[in-house]
Design a binder for this molecule. Structure first.
Ligand SMILES: Nc1ncnc2c1ncn2[C@@H]1O[C@H](COP(=O)(O)OP(=O)(O)OP(=O)(O)O)[C@@H](O)[C@H]1O
Ligand SMILES: [Mg+2]
Length: 233
């Protein structure tokens, strides 16, 4: 579904990715791990079109996305829930969901929000409440729900567990698995909670110095703690 070939990009003169390649197949949950500053968020930003690519290719369903805007990518089926940027505090839960589906025709938007709320009963109860008054876990659920409104084929999540208590992390991860299995959404997830994400993903990539330093099955890292440690040095 998504193929990144030899990607190079960065910010201004600062290069961050140096020939990164990775692949996400239809139906998978793929995890992207690595130390702080390795370039994980940069990969997601490049895929959704928030930053330009310098070299290499990004293919979505076989077509190059290089140069597409984030709105064009949403229309093609790629959505993104960025790191730390959960919800619009001063808007209600419903208004946050409306924004997620800004490209859908009005009638379809209402239907779609209803479908998404089926998956998030807590949010339905709080529809008219300001999103800023939700708990951290509920805000993260809203961020997930908002990214689902446009019916993505590929959902990209950047550290959905950030700032959540251990029990909430479990709840959010269960929801991510449900989105994958039941709604059939392919997922590319960046996470620092390595043990937890290795339990839910089908494959994992580790980024180091702007390149993929490891690609394989999560079991390989779960069974080899030294190898896992190496990837974070
Ligand atoms: N907007 C920006 N302008 C300039 N440099 C940036 C910008 N965003 C990120 N960087 C730099 O690019 C590098 C990679 O950042 P990135 O956010 O992709 O890392 P990360 O792997 O997601 O890290 P973390 O785990 O801390 O979120 C870092 O050195 C960072 O300082
Ligand atoms: Mg990051």
């Amino acid at each position: 579904m998504l193929e990144i070939r030899e990607l190079e990009t960065g910010y201004g003169k600062k290069q961050v990715l140096f020939g990164l390649s990775l692949e996400v197949r239809k139906g998978e949950i793929v995890a992207l791990i690595g130390p702080n500053g390795a370039g994980k968020s940069t990969v997601l930003k490049a895929v959704c079109g928030l930053i330009p690519t310098w070299k290499g290719q990004i293919l979505f369903e076989g077509r190059a996305t290089n140069g597409s805007t984030p709105a064009q990518n949403v229309a093609r089926g790629i959505t993104f829930a960025p790191q730390g940027n959960r919800v619009f505090d001063d808007l209600t839960v419903m208004e946050n969901l409306d924004i997620g589906g800004f490209q859908l025709p009005r009638k379809e938007l209402k239907e779609r929000i209803n479908q998404v709320l089926e998956m998030f009963p807590i949010l339905r109860e709080r529809c008219r409440q300001d999103a800023g008054n939700l708990s951290g876990g509920e805000q993260q659920m809203l961020a997930l729900a908002r990214a689902l409104v446009p019916r993505p084929k590929l959902l990209m999540l950047d550290e959905p567990s950030l700032g959540l208590s251990p029990s909430l992390v479990g709840t959010v991860f269960k929801k991510i698995v449900e989105i994958n299995r039941e709604a059939g959404v392919t997922i590319l997830i960046v996470e620092q909670k390595v043990r937890e994400v290795l339990d839910i993903c089908h494959r994992v990539y580790s980024i180091k110095l702007g390149k993929a330093a490891f690609a394989g099955a999560p079991e390989e890292l779960k069974e080899n703690k030294d190898k896992l440690k190496q990837l974070f040095l």
